[in-house]
Ligand binder design. Structure first.
Ligand code: MTE
Length: 433
């Protein structure tokens, strides 16, 4: 196959001296698709003055410029990461759940969490192409789609959450006293957006998928992922053909705008109800195969290992789980003797939410929260509950979601060593003062 290429125009200007390069950049109004993010980071490492300039040149507005410094704390993320919206976790940025309080059902792109294995590649739609290839095309040659061709196909717009398989991982340690590996997300490794794009089904049919195809593997254009000295290659993970032909889309818009760089520009996969990893960003190619495919993301990562699972681990994880979260900082202080409107969100990847129960006394008594939205598949609902604490001192608030298929958040999640799919009720500590 001819492998899809990144925008390499920035390299043609490359020089060892960062200052002339910065002058070149200064002609650009905002971070340009022609600027390779890695080059920018190289410059930042090379010269403090250049770093200062580049941070400002890369920011599109004065407000964004003010927030450019925190962005440097999450290597490889392009958008500003103001500390009131995000907590930086290595190459990732977790949305502070409290910051969602002022947002609607759809998470604005500037609030949306970022999960990057490496760093955001800054691609250009004019150079971008998608290659569909493999034995599952019934002997046909690879088929290429330009950005324009993809946009000319019938489009679909739908709401879906993207939620990291490790969302809530932190609570294995803090609530269950268990050791797990991986990014210690609290509950902000999730966002909901309105995605517009083409059905993967339409693209596969255009490419001539054969009836003997069994697996379809999208792959990203970001750098190869190297962990503990092992190169796992580019992010990729097979989808069974049944799911690929069902509700998967190749999205080019998020909340009515072109995808932001960090969220997969120009085109990403959206796999509703599945773990976020399946929603491959910066899509470059799709292998269609008539034999089962695998990748390190189905063999080593994103399956359950541990005492409760077979020695080789569980089957690869597919669907997300059920959760709820308060839009309140962990450890928040609340005044005694006055009424508080608690707010939060509830979601389940298995069925629409049925109801949410709240306990303000550590789980002894429960009452129903009011749902503010009509529950739908693949989305979340906002809820509110009233609390009038009388006594001062520490308290625990709990929110418990039940979905229409009868799934309810348990008290504990069965341990797995990589801390995936935490679904237990979170005991949210607060201080009544
Ligand atoms: N796709 C590529 N190419 N590279 C990545 O690092 N991360 C995955 C997925 N797609 C990733 C990727 C993971 S683990 C998650 S949870 C989602 O993207 C996060 O999407 P977001 O950064 O737009 O929130």
């Amino acid at each position: 196959m001819s492998s899809p290429t990144k925008d390499t125009r920035a390299h043609s200007d490359e020089t060892d001296d960062p200052i002339p390069r910065i002058r070149l950049l200064s002609r650009r109004p905002a971070l340009s698709p022609a600027l390779d993010r890695r080059d920018l980071l190289k410059l930042l490492a090379a010269a403090p003055l250049a770093a200062h300039l580049a941070a400002h040149l890369a920011a599109p507005t004065p407000a964004a410029a003010a927030a450019a410094r925190p962005a440097l704390a999450a290597p490889g993320i392009v958008k500003p990461l103001p500390p009131e919206l995000f907590t930086i976790r290595g190459t990732n940025a977790e949305t502070n759940f409290t910051a969602l309080r002022s947002t609607g059902l759809h998470t604005p792109a500037d609030h949306f969490f970022v999960r990057n294995h490496t760093s955001t590649p800054v691609l250009s739609e004019s150079d971008w192409k998608l290659t569909v290839w493999g034995s599952g095309l019934g002997g046909r040659r690879p088929v290429e789609f330009s950005y324009g061709h993809l946009r000319s196909l019938p489009s679909i717009t739908r709401t879906a959450v993207v939620e990291c398989a490790g969302n809530g991982r932190n609570f294995y340690a803090t609530q269950q006293g268990e050791t797990v590996t991986g990014t210690p997300w609290t509950l902000g490794g999730i966002g909901a957006a309105r995605w517009r794009g083409v059905r993967l089904r339409d693209v596969l049919r255009h490419a001539g998928i054969s009836s003997s195809a069994v697996d379809v593997m999208p792959r990203g254009l970001d750098d190869e992922f190297i962990s503990n000295g092992v190169n796992h290659g580019r992010v990729r993970r097979p989808l069974p053909v049944g799911k690929a032909l069902d509700d998967v889309i190749l999205a080019y818009e998020m909340n009515g705008e072109p995808l932001p760089y960090d969220h997969g520009y120009p085109v990403r996969v959206i796999v509703p109800s599945w773990i976020g990893l399946a929603s491959v960003k910066w899509l470059g190619d799709i292998e269609v195969s008539e034999t089962p495919l695998s990748s390190p993301w189905t063999t080593e990562f994103y399956r359950f290992f541990g005492a409760a699972y077979p020695p080789g681990g569980s089957a690869p994880i597919t669907r997300q789980t059920i959760k709820s979260a308060l839009e309140l900082p962990l450890g928040a202080s609340l005044a005694a003797g006055v009424g508080h409107r608690l707010t939060g969100r509830a979601w389940s990847a298995k069925a629409p939410v049925s109801h949410v129960e709240i306990s303000t006394d550590g789980g002894a008594h429960w009452h129903r929260a009011r749902l503010c939205d009509t529950p739908r598949r693949d989305g979340w609902v906002r809820w509110t509950a009233h609390w009038h604490p009388r006594r001062t001192g520490p308290a625990e608030l709990l929110a418990r979601t039940t979905d229409r298929a009868g799934n309810t958040q348990p008290e504990r999640t069965v341990h797995n060593t990589q801390g995936y799919l935490f679904d237990a009720v979170v005991r949210h500590p607060v201080m009544v003062v």
